[in-house]
Ligand binder design. Structure first.
Ligand SMILES: *Cc1c(COP(=O)(O)O)cnc(C)c1O
Length: 419
């Protein structure tokens, strides 16, 4: 396998290339192939950007037609038919059935673009400068998003000071007995706490990069109540946990909360094409025309595939399939936890957003390499990189899921034997 060109010319910043040292070419569903034709089951799915699998035929068919038809691809934020179709599909297929009514902002195409827009809007709306963010949060790589992220290496990046962030413990951070929602409520209500009232609280319902930590429904409900009580904007960064990953379209549906602002990206286009939106409580949409901008706000190919993805959520067969796959995945992981107590500490996550907290980073490193050799792509997360992220496509077939889990099982066994 010739990877010389990458070694010679690509920056040292590359990470996944060296960790999966082969050259990939084709992909379909949960399987991707390298140049030699070797198949790999993909439990990495573009870090959550390919929830609907690679080249999902239902999603790609309208895109192929769109491309072949000479239709407009880039349109800034002009009105296009593709964008109209997407908004219609999103409102009718996703928002309305869930009783939600948000205004939709199209920022630049990346997740961090959406978070920056959300933070800017919350600061503008409240006139306050600071934001409350959680331990082990990950919100992206631009300065505003970096500031609210938790990891030390991430926060130090760029070498400039990060102001206006109040760090608070996530649900279950210290221990299960310490309720950080109570703490937040108290400090916001106490003029002697030394903590100023923030513009917003930004959170992930599951911290994927932070180690697949989950927030409970009760805690999320409490945080929403506290935000409303203290007049603070609640921003849910649903960039990785949303767009179907937990088994529901939004990751917060199980808690029955309605955030003021929701950020979506990663799997939103359904195809791996970059697309982001910021959902805004209608009375908070105080942007002036053109006040927030970005060249790539009009990715019409992504609108086309995103529209097809939204329509899938109205099909009973699709949602039932996702539900069943989530149950199967959880059962598989329970089995692995029971079988390998020396390697695995606990199962983490919810729905199809899952992880295995292992006893050490070394275990995860060996399992990663053995899995790769045997045809499975996984990645690690957490501040100590000791969590195996298990993110199969939510549309994965039973055969592919069984096969991927079997490779993981085998890798866990081999690593325990010192392999
Ligand atoms: C990936 C991710 C981001 C950043 O998205 P980019 O497209 O990489 O800018 C932000 N928040 C969460 C929760 C993410 O998983």
């Amino acid at each position: 396998m010739n990877t010389d060109i990458f070694t010679a010319h690509e920056s040292n910043v590359r990470r996944y290339g060296p960790s999966f040292p082969t050259v990939f070419t084709k992909a379909l569903g949960a399987t991707i192939w390298d140049e030699t034709g070797k198949p790999f089951i993909d439990f990495l799915v573009g870090s959550g950007a390919l929830n609907y699998g690679h080249n999902n035929p239902t999603i790609m068919a309208p895109a192929i037609e769109y491309l072949a038809g000479g239709n407009i691809l880039l349109s800034l934020d002009m009105y296009t038919a593709a964008k109209r179709d997407f908004i219609e599909a999103f409102v009718d297929g996703i928002l309305k059935p869930r009783g939600l009514s948000y205004k939709i902002q199209f920022p630049g195409p990346t997740g961090t673009n959406a978070n920056e827009a959300a933070l800017a809007l919350a600061r503008k709306y409240t006139g306050r400068s600071s934001v409350m963010a959680f331990t082990n949060a990950y919100h992206g790589m631009s300065l505003g998003s970096l500031a609210v992220s938790g990891s030390a290496s991430t926060r130090e990046l760029g070498g400039v000071a990060r102001h206006d962030v109040i760090r608070v413990p996530y649900d279950g951070y210290a221990n299960q007995a310490f309720d950080s929602a109570i703490y937040i409520d108290v400090v916001l209500g106490d003029p002697g706490s030394g903590i100023e009232k923030p513009a917003a609280i930004i959170l992930e319902t599951i911290q994927a990069e932070g180690g697949m930590n989950t927030a409970s429904a009760a805690w999320l409900t409490e945080i929403q109540r506290i935000c409303r009580k203290h007049d603070v904007v609640l921003i849910v960064d649903d960039i990785q946990a949303g767009s179907g990953r937990t088994g529901d379209f939004f990751s917060f549906e199980f808690a029955k909360i309605e955030p003021d602002i929701v950020c979506l990206s990663k799997s939103l286009s359904g195809s791996g094409n970059p697309l982001s939106i910021v959902l805004i409580r209608p009375d908070m949409d105080i942007w002036k025309p053109g006040e927030h901008s970005g060249t790539f706000r009009g990715n019409n190919l992504a609108f086309t595939t995103a529209g097809a993805m939204c329509k899938m959520w109205s099909e009973r067969q699709f949602t039932a399939g996702v539900e069943r796959t989530a149950t199967n995945l959880q059962r598989h992981l329970d089995h692995l936890v029971a079988k390998f107590p020396k390697c695995i500490e606990q199962k983490r996550g919810r729905g199809l957003m899952t992880g295995l907290k292992c006893r050490s980073q070394a275990v995860v490193g060996r399992v990663h390499d053995l899995a790769f050799e045997n045809g499975l792509l996984i990645e690690s997360s957490g501040p100590n990189r000791d969590v195996i992220k298990v993110l199969p496509p939510i549309t994965i077939s039973d055969d592919e899921l069984d096969h991927g889990i079997a490779i993981l099982d085998h890798a866990l066994k081999e690593q325990a034997n010192g392999g």
